[in-house]
Design a protein. Sequence first.
Length: 118
Amino acid sequence: QVQLVESGGTLVQPGGSLRLTCVASRGTTSNYVMGWFRQAPGKEREVVAQINKRGRDSYYRDSVKGRFTISRDNAKNTLYLQMNNLKPEDTAVYYCAAGPSMPIMNYWGQGTQVTVSS
């Protein structure tokens, strides 16, 4: 079993940058596809980005392409999301997840709040 803990969320101005971090406090992440998801108030949770087990292939939702970068360090059991040029519509709780394949995420973190506002 994998336990995931996110950090790095905070209040940031439009155009700013943040890096989210997700660490596996128990278990190893190298056996799993991992991803970042987000949920804004009143909206359904949506995938932001996913990365394969070795970190060589990634997927991004259209609205974050060119602004966000997902990466992982399996030696540290850590997943990252670098977010640049943040927009108010990026405001949400961001969740880290892991699973055997991109459609199947079995393990979830508790979430970290990102607020983009002036």
